[in-house]
Design a binder for this molecule. Structure first.
Ligand code: HEM
Length: 520
C-alpha cells in the first residue's frame, strides 16, 4: 500500500515537473516575443543591422526593429545618413536634443536640472542675470556648454595651449623609466609579455598614457590626487559605459560599470568642492562651466553629472582610435618606415611641431583616415518630431531613429569591392576631404568639436614614441608564421564610441631606447 502511494506521489511530482517546464517554456516564448530584438541588439548589434540591410536585398531602404515593444527605425542609405548628420531640410522633423537630455540623466543630472538646462533665460526670469559677463548672450545651459566645447577645442589659442599641454604630458610619460606601467592592464586576459620592462602591451601603453594626459590637461593634477587609480578607473568606465548608455539594470551596483563610475564621480565631487583658487590648473572650459553651474545654484550631483559627460566625450573615442592607428603602423613594416620618415622634419627645431605633423604627412594621414573609416561604429540617435516620408515610407512621430555611422564606411557601392580590407591607398588617391560619405566625426550640428585636437594628440603620440624608441613587434612562437595575430575588434556590445580589441587580443612590443628624454 505504501509502495503504491509512493509511486502515485512520484507520478504526480513528475506530472507537476512537466507542467512547470511547459509553463516555463510558454513564459520564455512570450518574453522572447515581448523583448523583440533586445537580445541580438545587446549581443551583436552590428550583425542585427547587417541582417536587416541584407533582409531587404541591400536596397538601403529604411527598416524597423522592435525592442521590448518599442519600434526603432534604422537608416542605412549613405545619402540619408549624411543628410541627417548635415541637418538637410527634409530631416527637420528629427530631433537630436532629446537624446542629449536622456544621456545627461544617465550621467547623473536630475530631471529638474535638465529642464532648467534647456531654458533660455529671459528678462524677469529667475535665471536671467542683467549684464551677465559669463553668459552675455543669455544662452540656455545646454547651448552655453556647446559654446564652451567650441571655445576650448577649436579656438586657436586655447587649442594650441591644450595640445601643447597634452604633448608635454606624453613627453613626461613615454620614457623608459615608466615602461613598467604598460606591461598589462586590468581585465586583460591576453598573454602578458615575458620579462623585461621594455616589453609592453600596446593597448596598455596607448590607453594609459592617452587617458592620463587627457585627465591632466582638463583637470590639472587634482583628480589624480583624489583618486590615485583614476586612469584605470576611466579606462574601465569607458569599456563598460554601454551598460549605462543603453539603460541596462545595474544589478544593485554590481554591474561592472558601477565601480569605476562611482570612483570617478567621487573624484569629480571632490574636485568641484575645491575653492576656485585651488583649481588653478584646470582648463578654461571647466572654470567657466563650474562658475555657470554655481550661479545657477545647480545641485551637486547634477554638476558632477555634467562635468562627467564632458570628460567622457573626450575619452570615448580617442584612446582606442589611437590604439588601432598604432597597431596598423607597428604591424606593417612599410607603414612604420613611412611614419618614421614623415615624422623626422617635425623634430627639426628640437621640439615637436604638431602643426607640421598634422598638415604635411600624407602617408600618416592615409593610415589615420583609413583606420577611422574601419573603426568608427558609433550610433547617432534622433527622435521623430513630425511625420517624415522617405521614398514613400512614413516615419511616425515619437519613434527613435538609429543612425549607424558605420554603414557609411562599409557600403560597397561607395568604397568598392575591397571595402572590408585595410587599404590606405584609398586615402592617398583621394583625401578625406574629397570623400563625401566619410564622417568619422559625424557632421552638421553634432560635428565633433574635438576632431582637430584628437588628430594632433594621436599624431603626437606616434611622433614621440617613434622618436624615442625602436619599436618592434614581439615574435609569437606559437603561431604558424611566428607573427602575432592582428587583433580583432570587440563588436558584440552596442557602441558608445570607437571599440577596442577583443578582451583576449592585443599586440605586444619591445621598445629599445633610441633617444633619451633629455635629448627631446
Ligand atoms: C578619434 C577621436 C574622436 C572621434 C572618432 C570622435 C567622434 C565623435 C562623434 C561621431 C561625435 C558625434 C556623436 C553624436 O552625434 O552622437 C562626437 C561628439 C563629440 N566629441 Fe568627439 N570624437 C573624437 C575625439 C574627441 C575628443 C578628443 C574630444 C574632446 C577633447 C571630443 C569631444 C566631443 C564632444 C564634446 C562631442 C559632443 C558634441 C555636441 O554634442 O555638440 N571628441 N565625437
Amino acid at each position: 500500500m505504501e509502495v503504491h502511494s509512493e509511486t502515485m506521489d512520484l507520478a504526480l511530482r513528475a506530472q507537476l515537473l512537466v507542467l512547470k517546464l511547459h509553463l516555463l517554456a510558454i513564459v520564455y516564448h512570450e518574453l522572447k516575443k515581448g523583448i523583440g530584438h533586445l537580445h541580438p541588439f545587446l549581443t551583436n548589434c552590428h550583425q542585427l543591422i547587417d541582417n536587416a540591410v541584407s533582409h531587404f536585398g541591400h536596397t538601403d531602404e529604411p527598416f524597423a526593429f522592435n525592442i521590448c515593444g518599442v519600434t526603432i527605425y534604422g537608416l542605412s542609405r549613405p545619402e540619408d545618413v549624411t543628410d541627417i548628420l548635415d541637418g538637410a531640410s527634409w530631416t527637420h522633423g528629427m530631433d537630436f536634443e532629446f537624446f542629449v537630455f536622456e544621456v545627461m540623466q544617465k550621467f547623473g543630472v536630475s530631471p529638474e536640472e535638465v529642464e532648467r538646462a534647456k531654458h533660455t533665460p529671459k528678462p524677469g526670469d529667475a535665471l536671467y542675470i542683467e549684464n551677465d559677463s559669463s553668459n552675455p548672450r543669455h544662452l540656455s545651459l545646454i547651448h552655453f556648454v556647446q559654446d564652451l566645447y567650441k571655445k576650448q577645442l577649436l579656438d586657436s589659442t586655447n587649442l594650441d595651449r591644450m595640445s601643447k599641454a597634452f604633448s608635454s604630458c606624453l613627453l613626461e610619460k613615454l620614457t623608459s623609466e615608466h615602461l613598467d606601467l604598460y606591461r598589462g592592464y586590468p581585465g586583460s586576459i591576453g598573454p602578458a609579455p615575458s620579462s623585461a620592462g621594455r616589453e609592453i602591451s600596446l593597448y596598455s601603453l596607448v590607453t594609459r598614457s592617452m587617458v592620463d594626459a587627457t585627465l591632466r590637461c582638463f583637470f590639472g593634477p587634482y583628480l589624480h590626487e583624489f583618486e590615485p587609480d583614476i586612469v584605470d578607473q576611466a579606462i574601465q568606465f569607458n569599456t563598460h559605459a554601454w551598460i549605462l548608455f543603453y539603460g541596462l539594470p545595474d544589478f544593485f551596483g554590481y554591474a561592472p560599470v558601477c565601480g569605476p563610475r562611482d570612483k570617478l564621480r567621487a573624484a569629480l565631487r571632490a574636485f568641484i568642492s575645491l575653492p576656485e583658487e585651488q583649481r588653478s590648473e584646470q582648463c578654461l572650459a571647466f572654470k567657466h562651466l563650474l562658475r555657470r553651474m554655481e550661479v545657477m545654484e545647480m545641485d551637486m550631483e547634477s554638476r558632477v553629472g555634467l562635468l562627467f559627460l564632458f570628460f567622457f566625450a573626450s575619452i570615448a573615442n580617442e584612446q582606442v582610435a589611437c590604439f588601432w592607428f598604432m597597431a596598423h603602423i607597428v604591424y606593417d613594416k612599410e607603414l612604420l618606415d613611412i611614419a618614421r620618415k614623415e615624422i623626422e622634419p617635425a623634430w627639426q627645431s628640437g621640439e615637436l611641431d604638431v602643426k607640421y605633423l598634422t598638415s604635411k604627412c600624407p602617408g600618416i594621414d592615409s593610415v589615420f583616415n583609413e583606420m577611422l573609416r574601419q573603426r568608427t561604429n558609433t550610433f547617432g540617435w534622433r527622435i521623430m518630431k513630425e511625420k517624415t516620408v522617405i521614398r514613400g515610407k512614413e516615419l511616425l512621430p515619437g519613434t527613435p531613429v538609429l543612425i549607424p555611422i558605420r554603414v557609411l564606411h562599409t557600403n560597397q557601392r561607395v568604397w568598392g569591392s575591397d571595402v572590408e580590407e585595410f587599404n590606405t591607398a584609398r586615402f592617398v588617391k583621394k583625401t578625406a576631404a574629397r570623400q563625401p560619405y566619410y564622417r568619422p566625426f559625424a557632421g552638421g550640428p553634432t560635428f565633433c568639436p574635438g576632431r582637430v585636437l584628437a588628430k594632433r594628440e594621436t599624431y603626437a603620440f606616434l611622433a614621440i614614441l617613434l622618436r624615442r624608441f625602436d619599436v618592434k613587434l614581439l615574435p609569437s612562437p606559437g603561431s604558424p608564421n611566428g607573427k602575432q595575430a592582428f587583433p580583432l575588434m570587440e563588436t558584440l556590445r552596442p557602441p558608445t564610441g570607437v571599440k577596442g580589441p577583443r578582451p583576449d587580443m592585443d599586440l605586444f612590443l619591445s621598445l629599445d631606447e633610441r633617444i633619451s628624454e633629455k635629448q627631446t
